[in-house]
Write a protein that binds this ligand. Sequence first.
Ligand code: MEV
Length: 298
Amino acid sequence: MAHACGKVILLGEHAVVHGVPALAVGIERGAEARAERATETELVIESVRATPTDGTDLGRALSALLEALGVSGVRIGATSALPVGCGLGSSAALAVAIARAIQELDGAPLPERTLAAAMAWERVFHGNPSGIDTAAAVFGGCIWYTRQDGPVPLRLGRPFTLGVAVAGPAASTKRMVESVAQLAERRPAVFAKSLAGIEALVKNARLALEAGDLPGLGRLLDLNQMLLSGLMVSTEEIETACRLARTAGALGAKLTGAGGGGAVIALCDDDPEPVLAAWRSHGLTCFATRVGATLESP
Ligand code: MEV
């Protein structure tokens, strides 16, 4: 049985697609997969079945992943504990768990092969992925990520707890990334300023993470949320979930992932319960995850 973790982007989503650094952490919740040799290739994710030639996106993603691995004739079963399409990396976690399970048929999985196979899968669903989701699913822990140089593992000055809530119905990552690209085309000067602002926040957040300065990190999350709103990827539901978290004592809160719906994170110094209680009282599905322990090795 192979496992891959889900992810939360702390700061820098969307900007990372345009070359700016971003910070992400692997979370305990993730995906699992099991593979066996078979005459007919198929993938079953819970009750959904796909084959490489069935004409669905899932079938095309499977086909791309198998081609990247140079493999055929496998039956794969997979499950995910992550809500789908909410910005928590469910698609990348599934791809990484599946790529690992297939490689385990012949020996230990190689991180580079896993990354290449998972990126082939992600391109089918997301069009122009930066690769941060797959890197976080492969390496876990806390990473600094750029498109040009890939992931760099970071050592945290202090562990912390994140509250995670699903603030609204999932939006398509592909559509959200395209809408930001359209904004960049329509208003290049404004967009360049937003990117520069996000880059400064991400660089400062790296220093805060390494120094264990959680109040500082929280303020940077709030500022990143403001700039994401300016990129038109926030929603009323996301703003409400962030406000509820801050009022309940969170050090900072923002959307995570593509936005347009989906997940919100709240930085909690220690006890996430007041934030979770505030979200639950508004009917939001939520959980807490501890960041700082070593989560995954490739
Ligand atoms: C999606 O989890 C993060 C985005 O920045 C897209 C990407 O990096 O590929 C919105």
